[in-house]
Design a protein around this ligand. Structure first.
Ligand code: FAD
Length: 341
């Protein structure tokens, strides 16, 4: 089915990504899957392709405003090839929007150029053992102290937390739990990258951070961790947005998650494409009762349904979601210039 949502520049980028995956990722992927992590160099290579600088202003080393369609192309192509770029989608799709929205200029200067160059690996920490979907309930605390905040509690499913240079952490800054979602703020937690499956760090003042990887059944290469914080000190300049960021964490987190959901929709489209291509190829090659499976009317109808209706519907759904996201719930408006590009 002819796809109409992508312009020639998106399709050219798709070719680049498809070739990159075929040459640099697919041949190495079994090894990465076994290790349950992707190599750090992958991010330098993605930076060379321009894939880590989307939406980052040029003054901070990025490409400036960029259509979300380039990110969707990456998600479709990695899913189509049954590979992942590790935490790439989290870092660019989920974390970047908060920094762009709320970080002050000094913070942007500190973090954005290093994200654009593929140098800074970012993990995101929202989920806790007792709080997943219910983000407003999270209970890890950030308590003010001399020069910063002390972090206490446990986060889980933090993808890439071992390799990450920084962890974007959602914590409760308002001690009054009845403040609910209004009591949450975002912090950038610096740490040393740890290449293995567990890590343990201590600070001079007695703070501790300990993590261990969770073995996953599918979607490997993400390398997700459970991490316990015990009086871990985060300097006050790492509160995203400074004092203006106090209590804004939930809202920014939810905005970031919207991109994450759209990435998932794009991955579903890529998987469907792969299933269709595998089915069509099998139907051409497999012969039954003297002719290829694909010569039978029912096989053709099924393939047409997957290739046309199913795929088209998924594409339409994902782009309708995107339009809804950009226009605050009114897909027909499509006023956001990012959608038009
Ligand atoms: C591979 C992987 C990587 C991840 N990476 C990260 C990461 O990098 N950072 C991070 O912070 N988190 C990460 N997560 C965690 C993920 O965000 C949570 O799993 C998710 O938020 C769901 O939380 P939960 O697993 O605790 O499920 P729960 O919230 O306990 O939900 C359990 C079930 O109840 C359903 N449910 C929940 N609420 C409702 C409702 N209101 N009505 C009806 N049904 C409901 C859910 O759909 C689900 O089926 C990752 C998870 C996985 C599996």
């Amino acid at each position: 089915m002819k796809r109409t949502v992508y312009a020639p520049e998106h399709e050219a980028f798709r070719e680049t990504i498809r070739t990159f995956i075929a040459k640099q990722v697919t041949p190495n992927y079994p090894e990465w899957e076994n290790a349950n992590q992707v190599p750090r160099e992958l991010f330098n290579q993605l930076a060379e392709l321009g894939a880590t600088s989307f939406d980052i202003p040029e003054e901070f080393g990025g490409a400036g405003p960029t259509s979300f369609k380039f990110q969707a192309v990456i998600q479709e192509e990695t899913a189509r090839a049954a590979v992942s770029f590790g935490h790439y989608g989290v870092s660019i799709g989920i974390v970047l929007p908060y920094l762009l929205r709320l970080a002050d200029d000094e913070q942007k200067q500190r973090w954005l150029p290093r994200i654009a160059s593929g140098e800074l690996m970012v993990g995101v920490m929202v989920t806790e053992p007792d709080y997943g979907s219910d983000v407003a309930g999270v209970k890890v605390t950030a308590t003010p102290t001399d020069g910063g905040y002390r972090i206490n509690g446990v986060k889980t499913w933090a993808t890439f937390a071992g390799r990450a240079d920084v962890l974007m952490l959602l914590a409760r800054t308002d001690p009054d739990r009845s403040a609910g979602h209004r009591g949450l703020s975002l912090f950038v937690v610096d740490k040393e990258p740890a290449p293995g499956h567990d890590f343990s760090f201590t600070q001079d003042g007695g703070g501790k951070m300990e993590g261990r990887a969770i073995d996953t059944l599918g979607y490997r290469g993400m390398h997700s961790y459970e991490v316990a914080f015990d009086d871990w000190l985060v300097p006050e300049e790492n509160l995203v947005g400074g004092d203006a960021g106090l209590g804004k964490g939930f809202y920014l987190q939810m905005e970031g998650f919207e991109n994450g959901r759209l990435q998932t929709a794009a991955r579903a489209v890529g998987l469907m494409q792969a299933a269709y291509e595998a089915g069509a190829s099998y139907a051409r090659e497999r012969t039954v009762f003297g002719k290829p499976v694909g010569d039978y009317q029912l096989s053709r109808a099924k393939l047409a349904r997957i290739g046309g209706t199913g795929h088209g519907a998924a594409q339409a759904l994902s782009w309708r979601m995107r339009a809804t996201h950009l226009t605050g719930g009114e897909p027909w408006l499509m006023t956001d210039s990012r959608w038009r590009r």
